[in-house]
Design a protein around this ligand. Structure first.
Ligand code: UD1
Ligand code: CA
Length: 470
């Protein structure tokens, strides 16, 4: 049996009051539409998925191109019924279509499968996925033929509800299964005779019933799964919901999260057991964290991998980086893209790294910038060390071999090589390569003038206000 999935994603999302297309707004770190496509791909291969695009079609297609789905253009957004009409050519060879909404992102694949199976087993022309949420306001309501019957008479949109119908708790999720033959035989009967002057797909329920076709409803396993996002407030609560679900998934697998409601976890984040995540941590993008790690408060880690037993102290920013086992980061460290921190290495407070490889057990504990550098193992980088990697036009590399000691407040002017085991005296400005095992000093000699202070006393007046203070 050939089944296609059609995802409606052409609408502007007027109620968001945003320039950006609604389906590109994110929850859990991913566009709404991407969540829906991911669920759909668990049911059918991407070549059987058709996304209807319209508002900002180019941007939506570009952002979703990696999913391999098809796109159908609805150049004018004349309603959900019109959206499906636009897909007619694309899906005419399929016996059934499952229709999803690009703005109903929490739907699980298992529920889509249940809808498909129920629709086919019941030989229905249209099967509507419904729910009974706490607050049904704003949704279309389901008019069943009778209370205990799966059969539906019609769907009534919020604005058309009579006061008696307003009490109906069962809502239309905007997710349906259709048998393509009766759907496309009668879709032309839709009219724009309604509050928005649009072709409502929901009207197909009444039309098909009038044609003697079977229209039925299936209640979703939870109302949360079919919540839609029409306003930024609704988007925020779906975002909280999906992040909490991620936290629950991690906790169930052995991760300790002290205050899950304060953490910001993107949907694809993975964390191994026995890791502790403190309050107000953000783990974003494709971040992977090993076991036995501790991520202390206010750290933000994005698209990075941390191996086992890493300690990230408070307030660190780690982006597109890799931290090996047992390393110690922060507090207040900034690992910029391309930082590879070696096993048991230390990156301390106010240290910034970028495109750096730091070897096993090497340490940069305080106030340092390391950029475009290859640093061996067992290296000690003193406080305030700077790799001067930029000459105003291009970037240059610094190579520091194993066992080097760099004294505090040194500037290493790249390109430069510091040979194995060399020793850089504190406060040096190093502009020439230093050979293995050498001591390099690059600073002015100190001049000391004994008795200079008392000889000058009385000749220099303190500024008038200096001692008055307050
Ligand atoms: C729709 C249903 C409503 C249901 C609710 C569930 C209709 C008329 N109403 O209302 O019964 O309770 O979903 O969330 O269908 N879209 C297009 N092209 C268009 C118009 C919309 O592709 O011309 C897309 C939108 O991008 C969106 C989806 O269809 O992803 C639903 O449209 P929306 O305007 O959000 O419908 P609701 O008012 O939420
Ligand atoms: Ca909607």
């Amino acid at each position: 049996m050939r089944i296609a999935i059609v995802i409606m994603a052409a609408g502007k999302g007027t109620r968001l009051k945003s320039k950006r297309a609604k389906v590109l707004h994110q929850i859990g770190g991913k566009p709404l539409l991407e969540h829906v496509i991911s669920a759909a791909r668990q049911i059918v291969p991407p070549q059987d998925i058709f996304v209807i695009v319209g508002h900002q079609a180019g941007a939506v297609q570009a952002e979703m191109a990696h999913t391999g789905v098809n796109f159908v253009l609805q150049s004018e957004q004349r309603g959900t019924g019109h959206a499906i009409l636009c897909a007619r050519q694309a899906v005419h060879g399929y016996e059934h279509i499952l229709v999803l909404s690009g703005d109903v992102p929490l739907l699980e694949a298992q529920t889509i499968a249940q809808l498909r199976d129920f629709h086919i087993a019941e030989h229905a022309a249209m099967t509507i996925l419904t729910a009974v949420p706490e607050n049904p306001f704003g949704y279309g309501r389901i008019l069943r033929k009778s209370a205990n019957s799966p059969e539906v008479a019609a769907i009534v949109e919020q604005k058309a509800l009579t006061s008696a119908q307003e009490k109906i708790g069962e809502i239309n999720s905007g997710i349906y299964a259709f048998s393509t033959k009766p759907l496309f035989e009668h879709i032309q009967e839709l009219s724009t005779n309604n509050a928005h002057g649009e072709y409502y797909l929901t009207d197909m329920a009444r039309i098909l019933v009038e044609e003697g076709e079977r229209v039925i409803a299936l209640q979703a396993p939870s109302a949360t799964q079919v919540l839609g996002a029409n306003t930024l407030a609704e988007l925020a609560s779906l975002d909280a919901e999906i992040r909490l679900a991620t936290a629950r998934r991690l906790m169930a697998s052995g991760v300790t999260i002290y205050r899950p409601e304060t953490t910001v976890l993107d949907a694809d984040v993975e964390v191994a057991p026995d890791t502790i995540i403190e309050p107000f941590v953000q783990l974003l993008g494709h971040t992977r964290i090993g076991e036995g790690c501790r991520i202390r408060s206010y750290s933000v880690i994005e698209n990075s991998t941390l191996e086992n037993h890493v300690l990230v102290r408070q307030g660190c920013v780690i982006l597109d980086s890799h931290v090996r086992a047992g390393a110690l980061i922060g507090p207040y460290a900034h690992l910029r893209p391309g930082s590879e921190i070696g096993e048991e290495a230390h990156i301390g407070n106010f240290v910034e790294t970028k495109k750096v490889r730091l070897g096993k057990g090497s340490k940069a504990n305080h106030l340092t910038y390391l950029g475009d550098a290859e640093i061996g193992s067992g290296v000690n980088i003193g406080a305030g060390t700077i790799t001067c990697n930029y000459d105003g036009t291009s970037k240059h590399r610094t190579l520091i071999e194993d066992g080097v000691f760099v004294g505090s407040d040194s500037t290493l002017v790249a390109p430069i090589v510091i040979g194995r085991g060399a020793y850089i005296a504190a406060a040096s400005c190093i502009t020439e390569d230093v050979p293995e095992d050498a001591l390099a000093l690059g600073r002015a000699r100190q001049t000391t003038k004994p008795g200079w202070v008392s000889a000058h006393r009385g000749t220099r007046q303190p500024a008038k206000d200096a001692v008055k203070g307050s």
